[in-house]
Unconditional design. Structure first.
Length: 365
């Protein structure tokens, strides 16, 4: 699906919205809000670590492993806001916070993530430029599906709607691997975030603390099971948070050129909900507002939503908002549609093979 922008005086549309939002004070820093949010988030993280020590060498640790995966997700939301310069007025303080939370607490390269995420924000759902829909395990476009050559990749693409949630269990491990690869090769390092050495030190400190905590408290077998559950839960949580934002929304073709307002609004989806939805999704349920104003503090996104919605209606832009489960249905429907040509191809081959076997079958006696 491609996007066709409506005719409009495009240069002024976004500028007018910025004026409205800035006039409402929604781009001002919210240090008190982040202080409260950070205290509760890091307190939750610390409480789970203390619970790991208290429970000791028991299989009940698997409950702590799942809870720690949720804590990882909440810490990642804080790191995400720091990466967008949404917490402090100072870039240095935002980056210091992001590296501490990302590299040390999560084992995620902050520099690599900032670079990748900024490229996504610049061109969301762009077929050639958005790394979040790049050609990987899943096929997000028909062109990607058509490239599938091996039996394993074709098998996954044909059934990717069914395999989506199981595959997300590997996302946590994938983030660690990508982080280490980026630091080792110095690939995709953000120009603003620390050096390669500081990134590496942060990842090493994380690995040392994580492994030491597990092996000092429980047996190697239980530690391995803990790590597996913990990383699987973190991967599932992160994937379920980011997938509703853009997956299943229009794909921008290679030759299409949209202005900033339309590029961000048409490719994004908001998720309806109250306090619990805001908490669970880290404010990313206001994806349209977040993409239009990446450095807007999280607590301001809800207040910005009616202003953005009204402005979109005024300039004739579709504003997509749906419930959480409906957003997952849209994601799965899109993945299923992208895999349909491969399923049709496999079905046709199976029919030809079956017909050939029937023609070659000897007559019954």
């Amino acid at each position: 699906m491609t996007v066709h922008a409506p005719e409009s005086v495009r240069g002024s549309d976004y500028a007018a919205l910025v004026k409205i939002v800035r006039g409402a004070g929604l781009l001002d820093r919210r240090l008190v809000s982040y202080a409260v949010r950070g205290t509760f988030t890091l307190g939750f993280f610390a409480a789970i670590c203390l619970a790991v020590v208290w429970v000791g060498n028991s299989w009940f640790q698997l409950i702590n492993a799942a809870l720690l995966g949720l804590a990882f997700g909440q810490v990642a939301f804080l790191g995400h806001d720091a990466g967008h310069q949404a917490v402090f007025a100072s870039r240095r303080w935002n980056d210091a916070m992001g590296r501490s939370l990302g590299n040390v607490l999560l084992g995620l390269s902050y520099g690599w993530w900032v670079d990748t995420h900024n490229r996504h924000h610049a061109n969301p759902n762009h077929e050639d430029r958005d790394p979040d829909i790049g050609d990987g395990v899943l096929a997000f476009t028909r062109a990607q599906a058509a490239k599938r050559g091996g039996p394993v990749s074709k098998f996954i693409a044909r059934r990717q709607a069914w395999l989506f949630f199981p595959l997300t269990l590997l996302e946590g491990v994938s983030l660690h691997v990508d982080s280490v690869t980026a630091v080792v090769t110095d690939r995709d390092r953000s120009a603003r975030g620390g050096s390669r050495r500081s990134e590496a030190i942060g990842l090493i400190v994380h690995a040392a603390l994580y492994v030491s905590l597990l092996l000092l408290v429980m047996s190697p077998g239980k530690a391995l099971a803990f790590a597996a559950v913990n990383q699987a839960m973190w991967g599932l949580y992160m994937s379920c948070t980011f997938a509703p934002a853009h997956k299943g929304m229009p794909i921008v073709g290679p030759d299409e050129n949209l202005d900033f307002l339309r590029r961000q609004v048409v490719t994004s989806r908001d998720v309806r909900g109250g306090f619990l939805t805001d908490l669970a999704l880290g404010g990313l349920n206001y994806q349209i507002e977040h993409h239009l104003f990446p450095n807007m503090p999280r607590s301001s996104l809800r207040r910005a939503q009616p202003l953005v919605r009204a402005h979109c209606a005024a300039v004739g832009l579709p504003y997509s908002e749906t419930g959480l489960f409906a957003s997952y249905r849209a994601v799965l429907a899109h993945l299923n549609a992208m895999g349909e040509p491969l399923r049709a191809e496999a079905s046709a081959k199976a029919s030809l093979t079956g017909a050939g076997r029937r023609r070659g079958r000897p007559p019954a006696s």
